[in-house]
Design a protein around this ligand. Structure first.
Ligand SMILES: O=C(O)CCC(=O)C(=O)O
Ligand SMILES: [Fe+2]
Length: 196
């Protein structure tokens, strides 16, 4: 995994947007897709909020994905395998870049056809604990016409990143505004934040 972590970290250092394919194995990706589909079918995925007030402001004009938080307490072997992978990534990041990350949080996200997330910053104004944003995509066979790209404008360049299965994107939560363009088919991911 170290080589894949290096690709992610080195591209982040070069352009402020870390990207690597194959962050997740095909098997783990498929297992997490199964989890997500089951959660969705059982109506456990909930409308995502914006902001971190105790009453989350649910603003469907800003975002209309549905989410579910991963938790080791679920004792789900695939969620735990995902957390094990994140533990090794955080350990590697902290030891190679002195980032001092002490925690994280991750949720599954499903964008149904027609869904989007308008331009935003991930760090809350009243809480700076989110240091790095990390997204891991779960969509096999994504093609351009499917839409749903992650769009990041930075240094005069428009980056449009396809949410292709296994790919991970990594950037500083306080720095880069980004948006999810309208998706033309269901779009699945795990999104999270490394915290300090
Ligand atoms: O799924 C993505 O590409 C980005 C999601 C996002 O920006 C967020 O959940 O804050
Ligand atoms: Fe975001």
């Amino acid at each position: 995994m170290q080589e894949i972590f290096d690709v992610l970290i080195n591209s982040f250092i070069e352009t402020k947007i870390g990207i690597t394919s194959n962050f997740l194995s095909k098997q783990l990706s498929a297992d997490l897709v199964n989890n997500l589909n089951t959660l969705y079918d059982n109506k456990h995925m909930q409308a995502a909020g914006t902001g971190n007030d105790s009453i989350a402001v649910q603003n469907k004009l800003v975002r209309n994905d549905v989410i579910y938080w991963l938790d080791r307490k679920h004792e789900d072997q695939y969620e735990n395998a995902f957390f094990d992978l994140m533990d090794s990534f955080v350990e590697y990041l902290n030891s190679s870049c002195y980032t001092g990350i002490t925690g994280y949080e991750f949720h599954y996200a499903l964008y149904e056809t027609g869904s989007f997330y308008k331009k935003h910053l991930d760090q809350f104004r009243n809480n700076e604990s989110r240091q790095y944003s990390m997204i891991i995509y779960l969509n096999e066979n994504w093609i351009e016409g499917d839409g749903g790209q992650l769009s990041i404008s930075h240094d005069g360049t428009d980056y449009k990143i396809d949410p292709t299965g296994g790919k991970s994107v990594f950037f500083k939560s306080s720095e880069l505004e980004h948006e999810v363009l309208v998706t033309n088919k269901p779009r699945m991911s795990i999104t999270g934040w490394l915290k300090r």
